[in-house]
Ligand binder design. Structure first.
Ligand SMILES: Nc1ncnc2c1ncn2[C@@H]1O[C@H](COP(=O)(O)OP(=O)(O)O)[C@@H](O)[C@H]1O
Ligand SMILES: [Mg+2]
Length: 251
């Protein structure tokens, strides 16, 4: 058994009376690059909101880094990049450096100055995502894909153990999506950051992910990307239609 960064036990959640998650059980093993897939409205973003503590489950319990979520206080170890992050307009008055430094303000406090170590961390994070040439550029002048790299850098300044990304490549062109995945792969392998990535890029995903989880109200698949890729169309239509209980689990 590998160590789990996130454990969800029997999680159910409803908005008003609409049940969105129905007894979901899963773990994110430390070091995994987990792809979370499934149809629109399948509950992926809701699952992430639960992990981030933004909403509370109706049933079940969640552990983060072995702590029950209601006792957990190491939120800086969990980074989050959303699809909506990708929305700075041209002329937004902040440079790449400033946006990345915002990642540290939670730790340092808004009115305190960054010391040398902080400054080095900020530059290092920008370097890690391959954007050092743009350090003084206005964030609004960057492309969507470049902005997403900067949001990753903003998460990296806190040395996260888990990085959660909710459809980060929506609106990014194919070539840059590929490079984006290479960056994630590198963070996973070299910095040993556990990744949870919501995506529709199942093709690229199966190349890089270590685990795939398919969610449509219930968990319909949890296992190896190769096993996922080998599923038949009939299996997929089942996942995306009425519930089935195929679980391929080899952890
Ligand atoms: N704040 C909300 N209030 C009511 N219903 C919601 C809310 N957020 C999401 N939903 C509904 O919950 C279901 C799951 O949504 P979501 O978790 O966003 O799915 P996904 O991210 O997989 O597309 C959808 O049917 C959606 O319409
Ligand atoms: Mg979503």
């Amino acid at each position: 058994m590998s160590e789990a960064v996130v454990t969800m036990n029997n999680i159910s959640y409803a908005y008003e009376h609409k049940k969105v998650l129905d007894h979901v059980n899963f773990e994110i093993p430390r070091g995994a690059f987990m792809g979370l897939v499934g149809p629109n409205g399948g509950g992926k973003t809701t699952l992430i909101k639960l992990i981030l503590g933004l909403i509370k489950p109706d049933e079940g319990d969640i552990q983060l880094l072995h702590e029950p979520i209601n006792k957990f206080n190491q939120w800086n170890k969990i980074g989050f990049v959303s699809q909506k992050a990708n929305s700075f307009n041209r002329g937004f008055p902040a440079t790449v450096y400033e946006v990345v430094s915002m990642g540290l303000t939670a730790k340092v406090g808004y009115l305190r100055f960054f010391n040398k170590t902080h400054k080095a961390k900020i530059r290092q994070a920008i370097d890690q995502v391959g954007m050092l040439d743009y350090v003084n550029e206005n964030i609004g002048n960057l492309s969507g894909g470049q902005q997403q790299r900067i949001f990753i850098a903003r998460a990296l300044v806190n040395d996260p153990e888990l990085l959660i990304l909710d459809e980060p490549t929506v609106g990014v062109d194919f070539e840059n999506v590929k490079r984006f995945y290479e960056l994630l792969h590198q963070l996973n392998e070299q910095r040993n950051i556990t990744l949870l990535l919501v995506t529709h890029d199942t093709g690229t995903m199966t190349e890089h992910a270590t685990d795939i989880v398919c969610l449509n109200k219930q968990l319909h698949f949890h296992g190896d990307p190769k096993a996922y890729a080998a599923l038949s169309e009939k299996d997929f239509s089942k996942f995306y239609g009425h519930p089935v209980n195929l679980v391929i689990h080899d952890h």
